[in-house]
Design a protein. Sequence first.
Length: 404
Amino acid sequence: MEQPISVTRSNFNDWMVPVFAPANFIPVRGEGSRIWDQENKEYIDFAGGIAVNALGHAHPVAVNALTEQAKKLWHVGNGYTNEPVLRLAKQLTENTFADKVFFCNSGAEANEAALKLARKVGLDSGVAGKSGIVAFNNAFHGRTLFTVSAGGQPKYSQDFAPLPNGISHVAYNDLEAAKAVINEQTCAVIVEPVQGEGGVIPADIEFLKGLRALCDQFGALLIFDEVQTGVGRTGALYAYMNYGVTPDVLTTAKALGGGFPVGAMLTTDKFASHFSVGTHGTTYGGNPLASAVAGAVFEFINTPEVLEGVKHRHQYFLDALNTLNAEYQVFDEIRGQGLLIGCVLKAEYAGKAKDITTWAGEEGLLALIAGPNVVRFTPSLIIPEHDIDEGIARLKRALAKLAK
Ligand SMILES: *Cc1c(COP(=O)(O)O)cnc(C)c1O
């Protein structure tokens, strides 16, 4: 066999559209919660591919599902259905509030489907002008034009005007502010139960309950964007289960495929019926390969042992982080749910989150930021305790550089 083309990190700058600034090493192999780069340097993975690699790397359950399906059927297009997608739909509907599922390939596409469904339901209601969408400051819903517009970070949308209109933003966790903008013309409220990209900020339970009541009062769809919080990340299968507040529409992606691209929009029969044949679609959504992997990942995670394990690891992480912080005094607050954890930097270290993750990389640790002031961890849901210990030891060395 011919040698593969040799590539280096600097080739990224040569050939890639520069929307990302990746670390200065290239991961080539992973196993569990460890990865190795081109130089065979080993890293502990506290980033989990941004809340995606829920079973870590190369988990046999996912590898088997993918390779078995790869030998059978890759793709048929939506003129035909397939067995893996129907099995996955059964799993998702049997284990959540939902009756129906629309499959796609990413979180943004799942939210795009949710927002389009809400506009269609609003139109079908016969109420004039029922197209308003209420969203929240600092929210993140993806990078399509509709979803950056719904997102509450103008830096991601302002360069692409004119934007879809009819979207209002108010402060997150501020029920009075939401009350002031939700009315008969509102077709949907879209909210993350825990804002992920926005800084790892959990919703208050009264806020979500209040949004539920307002949506019921005005006939608007309550959309929970669980792209980051879903599939066990918070210690519940979906975060809405922690809150006891049930949405009308839920979007899920990231961990759903454990690293294979897949997304889904879940809803009830009542709303699903507004998406009649031809109203919406996608070529790859519900692809047999993605569905087979997602089905295996979902089945593995949706057990009391794995979900309890996430809660246990949450506490283990927090104890370790608090101990570190007692020594270095760099974080004001350590927050989050399950294995979605955010460490908020003290004012004197404002803007240093990226530096910390860069130093962590030098020490052999993958970590994330959530804005300039929050260091974020979203490791595998089954990360072993000894990998947590080792990762924390490496983080300690990175924090020592900061404290200097
Ligand atoms: C990551 C994320 C998205 C976007 O998902 P993509 O797969 O990148 O399109 C949407 N919403 C939330 C809450 C996310 O964390």
